[in-house]
Design a protein around this ligand. Structure first.
Ligand code: KG4
Ligand code: ZN
Length: 333
């Protein structure tokens, strides 16, 4: 029996969750609207907003779980990777809470937690499986051998998939974060209206920076011919860009599945909320005989529920850290 309080503060979401015996009882997420007008996350503003949000978010998570503070057996927190100032707020809170209540402290790697989000709800994948983790900061194909035995077999050489969505949105004049908006417009558009190039990268690695440049020149040239080109073609441009990003991701995933002879395939991270990716992954699964695993929306983008489930498995292993633990902006598995 174990009840875990988990804290996530790696980027621009302040989140707290309660997990009891592997079940998520609450998962409260405060999204920081302050970054919208800057077109991206401003690190200093993010850490200040975390400071304002963290106590009310934890109080709400405890209340929503219908537990009391004294029921908590351990405190899990995101140690990294992420923005240092943001991580520092969650780490300091977790350390203080653990110290004040004489509780063990559990560090969690944010990218491993995205993968472990698959162990919150049924159906759960069986080991080994492949996980395509696609977020604003990372794009990885992870070979998951066990809960904490993971190997990155492919990753991006430059921009992450979420960045490709967000930077495209910026070029198209859409607000940050642009991924969900491109997804929305793409539903009304033709994915084959415009052809964007697929980068020629060997192996299982990705590259998205060339795509961004080609979209920039494409929009600039077409607007010279017709200043209203963007407004008239927004849905088709979004659908075509989204189609290219997804085909880049799925082609590498297919290659990895063949190379490692694995047919259990999962997606994780903020971009796994994309409806086009979800649909095309299902289609690829039918063609290739895969069993696919897609987390519920609330566990795709940054959330403490995934930190809580990772923390729960670490708690069972008595995998604790001391009070002198410090956050890590870069953190390997
Ligand atoms: O995992 P996440 O919440 O934070 C990071 O750890 O980065 O991922 C955020 C990223 C952003 O780039 C956002 O635009 C993207 O996920 N995203 C989406 C969608 N929802 C979130 N991208 C495409 N389609 C979506 N529906
Ligand atoms: Zn994330």
């Amino acid at each position: 029996m174990a009840t875990i309080l988990a804290i996530e503060s790696s980027c621009d979401e302040t989140s707290a969750a309660i997990c009891k015996d592997g079940k998520i009882l609450s998962n409260i997420i405060a999204t920081q609207a302050v970054h919208q007008k800057y077109g991206g996350v401003v690190p200093e503003l993010a850490s200040r907003a975390h400071q304002q949000n963290i106590i009310p978010v934890v109080q709400e998570a405890v209340a929503a779980a219908k537990i009391s503070k004294k029921d908590i057996d351990g405190v899990a927190f995101t140690r990294g990777p992420g923005l240092l100032g943001s991580l520092l707020v969650g780490t300091s809170f977790a350390k203080a809470f653990a110290l004040a209540n004489s509780l063990p402290l559990i560090e969690v790697n944010h990218m491993q937690a995205h993968v472990l989000a698959h162990f919150i709800d049924d159906p759960k994948p069986s080991f080994p499986f492949l996980c395509l983790t696609v977020s604003g900061g990372h794009t990885q194909i992870v070979l998951v051998k066990n809960y904490f035995d993971m190997e990155i077999v492919g990753e991006t050489n430059d921009d992450a998939a979420g960045e490709a969505f967000d930077k495209t949105a910026k070029i198209l004049g859409l607000p940050y974060p642009g991924g969900p908006l491109i997804d929305k417009y793409a539903r009304e558009g033709n994915p084959h209206a415009f052809a964007f190039p697929e980068p020629q990268i060997t192996g299982l690695d990705f590259s998205f920076s060339g795509l961004k440049t080609s979209i920039l020149y494409f929009v600039r040239d077409r607007q010279k011919e017709d200043p209203a080109f963007l407004e008239k073609n927004m849905a088709d441009i979004c659908a075509s860009v989204q189609y290219r990003i997804i085909t880049i991701l799925l082609n590498k995933l297919r290659k990895a599945a063949r190379q490692y002879r694995i047919s259990d395939v999962a997606i994780a991270g903020g971009v796994s909320a994309n409806s086009g990716l979800r649909t095309m992954l299902q289609e690829a699964a039918e063609k290739n005989g895969w069993q696919v695993f897609i987390p519920a929306f609330q566990y795709c983008t940054d959330n403490a529920g995934m930190i809580a489930i990772a923390g729960y498995y670490k708690y069972l292993n008595h995998d604790f850290v001391d009070q002198d633990v410090a956050p890590m902006a870069r953190m390997n598995f």
